[in-house]
Design a binder for this molecule. Structure first.
Ligand code: WT7
Length: 654
């Protein structure tokens, strides 16, 4: 796919009404949806109160819906008490005890079915094990696990006793793990000896050991799930096998009832400045929107087999693997491996074998699989699928159409869901039985969500197709509560303009003639690589921490599969390699960034220069660097450059 295809989103005018096949069983019709919009329009807070009463089992019902006395620190359902794990597990036992909660498939093809009864029992035993290890309500627990059922067990067990989990993606480095442990001041790490991905072992315990060696004084114990069985070291007095920790524990565990505003978890995400932010989510409000979106956007029904391919290390894996689907009594698929192992048919083969009905993945995965050809999906019976979804970045229409035709057999609606780590759940997305979709658009805001596009003054832009800032003008239940330990950063990052009244998403967007939203990109220095957010500053800091590097600038370069790739310009302390390129050095620096942050942050390309292009006032000219990275002609005015002679170096010409 060329850049032209990505550009053509601007001219997309194909429309796809819900298919007759889907409408036969859809639970939310256009009429019912209109009622929801009308109710929310009339009384937004009352609307959410009703949803919260019908969707959540409260131990103590709330009497106040929203406390907005200390905006933007909104508190939803402040005097209500609940337990998230109770809502996900205990309440399914009456009708669904023997229903499969989790279909787990390992990298090597090993499969396990876990019923709600069994999952409940494992979560209770593990929650008791956590308590036995000294974990109590409010303590932070780091989860650094492979994508296996036990990752969900660990999350649910924390929720059960009111401990606050922070899941760290298994692809992050020791140094990233350490930063998160230190910022949360966690007492415990839950990890595994390793995980399997694409036939290889991911060294989770060894990485944990090296994170802990370099600091992390708050950690008292490490629980290690035995997954691979390969050789690792266990430190006496600190490390304990999961299998030993649960031995003899009771399979009964009373849930700890917490306030709706009690933090359920922290999840770190990149911003334009500084270290990643610990996004803090509540229990009640978060759970509510995880549930409402399962119903409205995924149309979840009792017979569905729901597969969200995201890792639990990301927000998508929190809301649509660990919480939303279980709270609605669904059967989910959890997959340890990668889409291309043993071959590029893995997803489709698994969809067939497990009779998946709803499939949710990222555009980057779709694009990667398109490249492998239609033979892979065509070999499999995908007729059980009834709904498809995407998340993470705008999907280019060509990928959308392929997904629709080749995977969805032209009968499955596609829900393109816009949301963020901070929003907790879908915000702008189609309702599949009601919305006529357009490839590349996330369509309309969901009921109760007041999304708008505004100009710098905060005035709504009503002209069709004129771009502006995407904002949310009213608080919503699953909104982040704050940045962990840094209320100021929360205010500065999300409520900086418009008198602090509107939540600033950090995306630019436009609305078309029908009021549909089209996301255009980030307004800050944040890249979106394979659907994951990376701060340019974070990668630049990692590079300059290398003794060879004096200065660095990172820009995004459009990439066929990843959406954007990381492109680095580096000024060395020593001699500049001629031609602006040095393969060996580049490999060294890529590996370095991998160690500092994780493999996803490694620059795809590095170019060396004597200087970086700066304005006379010292600002790095990122727009110019982006143009050069793309290999395009420089048309902008470069006369304000401090040193124009570096241009050919940046272009890799001298
Ligand atoms: C950023 C949030 C939400 C889970 C995955 C990423 C971009 C997300 C879409 C979409 C266009 C999208 C935005 C957003 N984004 N979904 N459907 N269409 N862009 O979570 O790491 O918090 O990133 O991803 O730029 O701000 P995240």
């Amino acid at each position: 796919m060329s850049e032209n295809n990505i550009q053509s989103t601007l001219h997309e005018d194909r429309q796809f009404p819900p298919s007759p096949a889907f409408l036969k069983t859809a639970s939310l019709s256009a009429d019912k949806l209109a009622d929801l919009y009308a109710a929310a329009e009339k009384d937004n807070i009352g609307f959410w109160a009703n949803q919260a009463r019908s969707e959540i089992d409260w131990q103590t019902p709330f009497t106040q819906t929203l406390d907005d006395s200390n905006a933007p620190f909104y508190r939803w359902f402040p005097d209500g008490k609940l337990n998230v794990s109770y809502n996900c597990l205990d309440r399914q036992l009456e009708k669904h005890a023997d229903k499969t909660a989790i279909i787990f498939e390992g990298d090597a093809g090993d499969v396990a079915h876990i019923t709600y009864r069994e999952l409940h029992s494992r979560v209770c035993a593990f929650a008791n094990a956590l308590t036995a290890q000294g974990i109590a309500q409010g303590d932070r627990v780091i989860i650094y696990m492979p994508m296996i059922a036990e990752a969900v067990v660990a999350m649910q067990a924390c929720a059960r006793i009111g401990a606050i989990h922070s899941v760290v993606f298994g692809g992050f480095s020791a140094s990233s793990l350490k930063d998160r442990i230190e910022d949360t001041r966690a007492k415990m790490v839950i990890t595994a000896d390793g995980g399997h991905r694409g036939g290889r072992v991911v060294e989770l315990k060894a990485t944990t050991d090296s994170a802990l060696e370099s600091g992390c004084k708050s950690i008292e114990s490490v629980i290690v799930f035995k997954r691979t069985g390969h050789n690792i070291s266990m430190q006496a007095g600190r490390d304990i096998w999961w299998q030993d920790a649960v031995e003899g524990q009771s399979h009964v565990c009373e849930p700890v009832w917490v306030d709706a505003t009690h933090p359920l978890f922290l999840l770190y995400t990149s911003g334009s400045t500084g270290k990643p932010k610990g996004i803090q989510h509540s229990s009640g409000g978060y759970l509510l929107n995880a549930i409402t979106t399962m119903r409205w956007v995924f149309d979840i029904q009792d017979t569905d087999v729901f597969w969200c391919t995201a890792d639990v290390g990301w927000i998508t894996g929190h809301s649509y693997v660990a919480y939303g689907p279980l709270a609605t009594g669904a059967t989910i698929v959890i997959f340890e491996g990668v889409p291309t192992y043993p071959d590029a048919g893995r997803f489709w083969e698994m969809c067939e074998r497990h009779s998946v009905t709803i499939f949710y993945t990222a555009p980057t995965a779709i694009r990667a699989l398109i490249k492998q050809g239609d033979d892979f999906p065509n070999k499999h019976d995908l007729s059980k699928l009834r709904l498809l979804g995407t998340v993470g970045e705008p999907i280019n229409p060509e990928a959308w159409i392929w997904y629709h035709k080749v995977i969805g057999g032209e009968r499955c609606p596609i829900v393109d869901t816009w949301w963020q780590t901070e929003t907790g759940a879908h915000m702008i997305a189609p309702v599949p039985g009601a919305t006529t979709t357009k490839p590349g658009s996330c369509t309309r805001a969901l009921p109760g969500i007041d999304a708008a596009i505004v100009n710098q003054e905060g005035e709504e832009i009503t002209t069709a197709n004129e771009g502006g800032y995407l904002v949310i003008r009213q608080p919503w239940p699953s909104m982040l509560q704050t940045v962990w330990g840094d209320d100021q950063r929360y205010q500065d990052s999300y409520w900086p303009y418009f008198d602090g009244k509107y939540y600033l998403a950090g995306d630019s967007a436009r609305r078309d003639e029908d009021g549909f939203f089209w996301i255009m990109g980030r307004i800050d220095d944040v890249l979106n690589v394979s659907g994951h957010r990376l701060g340019t500053m974070e990668i630049e800091s990692a590079l300059v921490a290398n003794p060879l590097v004096a200065e660095a600038a990172i820009v995004g370069k459009p990439h066929d599969i990843k959406g954007e790739s990381v492109f680095a310009y580096v000024v060395l302390k020593g001699e500049r390699p001629t031609g602006g390129i040095d393969d060996e050095l580049t490999q060294t620096l890529r590996a370095w960034v991998g160690e500092q942050i994780g493999a996803i942050a490694k620059p795809d390309e590095i170019r060396y220069a004597d200087n970086l292009p700066k304005t006379r006032s010292g600002k790095i000219m990122r727009r110019l660097l982006r143009t050069i990275a793309k290999g395009e002609e420089i048309t902008s005015d470069t006369s304000t450059l401090e040193n124009e002679s570096i241009l050919p170096q940046l272009q890799g010409r001298t």
